[in-house]
Ligand binder design. Structure first.
Ligand code: SF4
Length: 499
């Protein structure tokens, strides 16, 4: 960069500085170290820092020292503790356990990641013996927390096994004493009052898909037996009403809904955000189409370039910022996760933005046939006929699953410190890898970040947020800080030892 033009490396007092990376953000230089301390500097200040020309009695020196950028002023013990806190997920096994209860589904969503089949194909349901073995395996995780997430197909289609897993896991937990929770990802079309009573009674967290206003949603979420959007709206309202009747805070306890952005939505960022605001949602999670499943096969009609998505994303978040300035409390969840890492030194353990990535060490996926996969995405790859991420079966022991050679290769490939471009990237302390995405888009679990759309997405969003932070006034900073608020939903935790 021009602000380092003519720099003689002999002038850099490398032994006095900690390892750092830098990047131009607008007219400032962003500097970060491996722990995520960071500062914005004017180009002249950056050059003075790099060449050791910052006098010890200046404000600039104090700012750089506070950001742990001088080796002499580092409190090693304190920083080691901090590293340990932020890497807590490395000291325990996977927390998220995704159970594919069936491949059956009554929707034909054009971007579906799973290999869905018609509703008569009960042979694709997870049988009870496989379900019990999968629960047994999940309970072997060394993590004190365990979330069993029901997925499909449409998991409500295998209702008896869903109930059996809940009861069986609760029984096991009477002895195990883990922080046990359940989540259900459903299109809500098979919901009824009786099922809802059970799910609410057993504190199963509910999550659905909502792609925006009716025309956007119904265009891709094809449901021949009714109006998918109507159904989602009806059940979301009903479930939220029940949460209120149960005395739960409506600001915290709501059905979680997620949009998937298709080509049809690209020109309508405000419509998507407005749909969520109209429902009283405090967060929108703007997700790009994945390269898996039907989405890969329908890319010609639904797909778009990463640049098109990023334009959409920035327009949507600009609009969300505008709404906040008008007093509407809504945030974008991906931005919220990044900001909580950047502003609060937190590690929210979002599996796509951590190193190593979430494969095996953060999650496991269980298929109806008993196959165990590195993640949900691993079984999406399997649904496309490639068993690359099948790391065992439910008859294996936990030890076999988490220590086999395949698992170790996936974990190693998911390290930012093993990626040539990441090691010199200013965003490395807050970023992460997904080996399944690398494999699907670039043919190798290691990927090549220079050409990677994964990297492009994260780097562009970090650039966007850092650009906002560099110019933020007190009001903006308070707004971004609000977006990082992440209150735990204690209600969804099973009572320990209770039956
Ligand atoms: S994936 Fe890209 S943005 Fe993320 S740390 Fe690596 S090089 Fe940086």
């Amino acid at each position: 960069m021009s602000y380092l033009a003519g720099l003689n490396l002999d002038d850099v007092p490398a032994d006095r500085l900690v390892p750092f990376n830098h990047r131009a953000v607008g007219d400032r230089v962003l500097v970060s170290n491996d722990l995520g301390d960071h500062v914005f500097l004017a180009p002249g200040e950056f050059r003075a820092f790099v060449t050791g020309q910052v006098a010890a009695d200046t404000d600039l020196y104090g700012k750089l020292a506070a950001a742990n950028l001088f080796a002499a002023s580092i409190d090693v013990g304190k920083q080691a503790e901090r590293w340990r806190r932020k890497k807590q997920y490395l000291f325990v096994g996977p927390t998220l356990h995704a159970f594919v209860l069936t491949h059956r589904c009554n929707h034909g969503c054009q971007y579906c990641h799973s290999s869905i089949v018609g509703m008569t194909r009960t042979d694709t349901d997870m049988p009870i013996d496989v379900a019990e073995r999968a629960v047994d395996l999940a309970f072997q995780t060394t993590s004190p927390s365990l979330t069993i997430e029901f997925q499909g197909g449409e998991p409500l289609a295998n209702w008896e096994v869903l109930q059996h897993i809940v009861e069986y896991a609760r029984q096991k937990n009477a002895l195990a004493g883990k922080n046990l929770s359940f989540a259900l990802v459903t299109n809500l079309s098979l919901m009824d009052e009786e099922r809802l009573d059970y799910l609410l009674d057993r504190k199963v967290q509910l999550c659905t898909s909502l792609d925006g206003p009716a025309d956007l949603h119904n265009k891709v979420r094809i449901y021949k037996e009714g109006d998918s959007h109507d159904l989602v709206m009806k059940w979301m309202a009903r479930i939220n009403e029940r949460y209120v009747e149960m005395g739960l805070d409506p600001n915290l306890y709501r059905v979680e809904a997620l949009p998937t952005i298709t080509r049809h939505a690209l020109a309508r960022p405000k419509d998507v955000v407005d749909q969520y605001v109209a429902l009283g949602c405090r967060a929108v999670f703007l997700r790009k189409l994945d390269p898996f499943g039907f989405a890969a096969r329908t890319a010609g009609t639904l797909g778009y370039s990463m640049d098109e998505f990023l334009t959409f994303y920035q327009e949507a978040v600009d609009y969300i910022i505008e709404l906040n300035r008008r007093g509407v409390q809504v945030m974008e969840r991906h931005a919220g996760i990044m900001l909580s890492k950047i502003l609060n030194d937190d590690e929210p353990n979002y599996l796509d933005l951590r190193t190593p990535g979430g494969a095996v060490t953060g999650q496991l996926g269980y298929a109806p046939d008993g196959g165990v996969y590195s993640s949900d995405e691993g079984r999406f790859v399997a649904a496309m006929g490639d068993e690359m991420f099948r790391i065992g079966t439910v008859t294996d022991t936990y030890h076999q699953i988490v220590t086999n050679a395949q698992t170790r290769a996936l974990v190693m490939a998911g390290l930012n410190d093993g990626q040539p471009d990441c090691v010199t990237c200013v965003y490395k302390p807050w970023c992460g890898q997904q080996v399944e995405y690398n494999y699907k888009t670039q043919g190798s679990i290691h990927g090549r970040m220079r050409d990677s759309v994964w990297c492009r997405k994260h780097k562009t969003i970090f650039d966007y947020l850092m650009g906002k932070l560099a110019k933020a006034n007190a009001e903006d900073l308070a707004m971004f800080q609000r977006w990082t608020t992440n209150r735990t939903l204690d209600h969804f935790m099973q009572e320990r030892g209770a039956l």
